[in-house]
Ligand binder design. Structure first.
Ligand SMILES: Nc1ncnc2c1ncn2[C@@H]1O[C@H](COP(=O)(O)OP(=O)(O)OP(=O)(O)O)[C@@H](O)[C@H]1O
Length: 263
């Protein structure tokens, strides 16, 4: 019998994903696409614009079904929305009309926790992301970096076993971005969950991940998987200057550049 505790967190095998537009035109986003993510692994996906990175995340969430192939999450076929999966996207999924604490408490309350308990837990998460004094603020009163912290608290409060991130920091300025990357790594290290992180920024991918997956131009398939053997804990502002980091960046960019030019 299959041991579910040791199966990969995500296992996608022989996926094809084809979209048919209203005028009947077919777009093949993914073809012969197979990848897996181990439990506790931080996996980054890079590839040319429009190749199928977000489509890959949609397949893992179950929002999209593959045309052929199979997607397993924790050893089981994906079947509808899975509460073990959390998301952080480029645009914050926070309600503008709710206070920060009510935004963070929303997940536990949705799952049936009593308001007082959910708010206590939310306050603890606000403390962890450095926003303990901002619970009664509204999102429009916060900076972009602070709103991103709310998004992280809102997601991690649900203890996701898998975290899907689609260019979560791309709208932030460089300094805020570096701070948020460090915070993400700390939260992830404490959570023990798996992450799939889509980004256009190759250096961000290398600095954060255990494994960088390079996709080909559309229809996307896996071009190469790079294991990133850099020590942890990592400090984002320092890791970029390490010799090994520079070597990875050069090698992977050579691979990616060819696809970007095809795209
Ligand atoms: N629902 C849909 N219907 C039709 N075509 C779609 C749909 N979703 C995605 N596509 C097409 O599939 C291809 C892959 O899209 P996807 O958003 O996955 O790419 P991406 O790599 O995330 O892009 P980007 O780098 O620009 O964020 C694109 O050509 C896109 O137009």
């Amino acid at each position: 019998m299959q041991d579910l505790s040791t199966t990969p967190a995500i296992d996608m095998q022989n996926i094809t994903c084809r979209f048919i537009s209203p005028d009947g035109k077919a777009t093949i986003a993914l073809q012969d696409f197979s990848m897996s993510v181990e439990r506790g692994e931080f996996c980054a996906i890079v590839g040319p614009t429009g190749c199928g990175k977000s489509t890959t995340l949609s397949l893992i969430t179950g929002l999209l079904k593959p045309t052929t192939g199979r997607v397993n999450v924790m050893g089981q076929p994906v079947d509808g929305i899975d509460p073990r999966i959390g998301f952080v996207f480029q645009n914050d999924a926070i309600f503008p009309w709710r206070t920060v604490i009510d935004n963070v408490a929303a997940g536990p309350m949705f799952r049936g926790q009593r308001s007082a308990q959910a708010k206590e837990l939310a306050q603890e998460w606000l403390r962890r992301v450095g926003l303990e004094k901002f619970g009664q603020h509204y999102p429009h009163q916060l900076s972009g970096g602070m709103r991103k912290r709310v998004s992280l608290a809102q997601t991690f409060i649900n203890s996701p076993e898998i975290l899907l991130m689609d260019e979560p920091f791309s709208a932030l300025d460089m300094q805020t971005r570096t701070v948020m990357q460090d915070e993400l790594l700390q939260l992830w290290a404490a959570s023990g969950g798996s992450v799939v992180f889509v980004t256009h920024d190759l250096e961000e991918a290398i600095a954060l991940a255990d494994k960088v997956i390079v996709l080909t131009a559309r229809p996307a398939t896996i071009k190469h998987v790079y294991d990133i053997d850099l020590p942890r804990p990592r400090v984002m502002s320092e890791i970029r200057y390490e010799q090994k980091f520079v070597q990875y960046a050069r090698e992977i960019w050579d691979d990616l550049r060819a696809e970007v030019h095809i795209g």
